[in-house]
Design a protein around this ligand. Structure first.
Ligand code: NAI
Ligand code: OAA
Length: 350
């Protein structure tokens, strides 16, 4: 399918946007780093970014395996130059041992899927003890080596790792709320897929707004805003679809039975998010959902549709009217979301 990357086109229904593997106008000029590039998400995400018409340079960084990942990806005939780095020694191509500095210097966008995934029975918050420190350390390196880059945080729990990243950047004097996003695109992908199935529509033509955070009941798909949805689906079905979207991650964790969580769909979602950020940097008007600093609610960070421009988020958009059903979930979600955000802030400052 990807044999001729210059001709293959994949269109993706994200908020008012289409990402593709081909473009006649895009300049392959941006440097992107993937931190955690040898992992379950990192490898397919790096492959998709190697196909991006916007990426001129792709740095694959991890604590293991990146020389091999980079050598492998380097044989795909697209313009993006590839490097693979490890923390201290070892790189591909073999060109010195500057590790993360080499990976990050000059980056426009840094995507972070580094950290451990869930096993059955765990919540995303159960990952906090391991992943909080990993994200803190990596964002400290970003503050040092690419303070102007847009950071896209995938590592869970996103509701806490994004506030951790913000506190690290603030402490270093380089925090710009426009340039820090938690990636919630997989929630949008799932909601679009499930609505497509329910309405008998091509899911690529569906675009569900998903607000809140990225964990269980903090994920709130606004199905009432999908044209035709309320006429086609009764309250029981809507409830089932809402809960399935909120716990879509658990569905995958259970099916993988101890071998991790969503990787392929997340790589796709991470690619869609990053590609949209890159297109906005190149001057296109893009709107997509992201978990960002926000004044829309009492929670200091909140996922909602955001406009993106050359420097990241240019406007945090509202999410419109909620139905009584959605308001019920919204009220239930906010205390949890605020607690998870505060946990991240406290961790970073202690
Ligand atoms: N935001 C979202 O929607 C989603 C988030 N996730 C999260 O993404 C994270 C990664 O998931 P997977 O790729 O499945 O895990 P994985 O275990 O397959 O890969 C993680 C990679 O991170 C690397 N790593 C660990 N510490 C590192 C460090 N200090 N610097 C650089 N790399 C480091 C590991 O070596 C490994 O290669 C998990 O926290 C998971 O919960 C997963 C799916 C969806
Ligand atoms: O469920 C998990 O742990 C991974 C994740 O965030 C998702 O698939 O949405």
């Amino acid at each position: 399918m990807f044999a001729s990357a210059s001709r293959a086109t994949v269109s993706i229904a994200t908020k008012m946007s289409k990402a593709s593997f081909s473009s006649t106008t895009a300049a392959a000029s941006k440097k992107v780093a993937v931190l955690g590039a040898a992992g379950g998400i990192g490898q397919p995400l790096s492959m998709l970014l190697k196909l991006s018409p916007h990426v001129g340079e792709l740095s694959c960084y991890d604590i293991v395996g990146t020389p091999g990942v980079a050598a492998d990806l380097s044989h795909i005939p697209t313009p993006a130059k590839i490097s693979g780095d490890l923390p201290a020694a070892g790189s591909w191509p073999p060109k010195g041992n500057d590790g993360i500095a080499r990976a990050l210097t000059g980056c426009d966008v840094v995507v972070i899927p580094a950290g451990v995934p869930r096993k059955p029975g765990m919540t995303r918050d159960d990952l906090f003890n391991t992943n909080a420190g990993i994200v803190k350390g990596l964002v400290e390196s970003c503050a040092e080596h690419c303070p102007g880059a847009i950071l896209a945080i995938i590592s869970n729990p996103v509701n806490s790792t994004v506030p951790i990243a913000a506190e690290v950047l603030k402490a270093r004097g380089v925090y710009d709320p426009k340039k820090l996003c938690g990636v919630t695109t997989l929630d949008v992908c799932r909601a679009n897929t499930f609505v497509g199935e329910a309405l008998g529509k091509d899911p690529r033509e569906v675009d569900v707004t998903v607000i809140g955070g990225h964990a269980g009941i903090t994920i709130l798909p606004l199905f009432s805003q999908v044209p035709g949805f309320m006429d086609a689906v009764d309250e029981k079905k809507m409830d089932a679809l809402t809960v399935r979207t909120q716990f879509g991650g658990d569905e995958v964790v259970k099916a993988k039975a101890g071998a991790g969580s969503a990787t392929l769909s997340m790589a796709y979602a991470g690619y869609v998010f990053t590609e949209n950020v890159l297109r906005a940097m190149d001057g296109e008007e893009i709107t997509q959902c992201a978990f960002v600093e926000s004044t829309l609610t009492d929670a200091p960070y909140f996922a909602s549709p955001c406009k993106f421009g050359p420097d990241g988020v240019t406007e945090v958009l509202g999410y419109g009217e909620l139905t009584a059903y959605e308001k019920g979930w919204f009220d239930k979600m906010l205390p949890d979301l605020k607690k998870q955000i505060q946990k991240g802030i406290d961790f970073a400052n202690n």
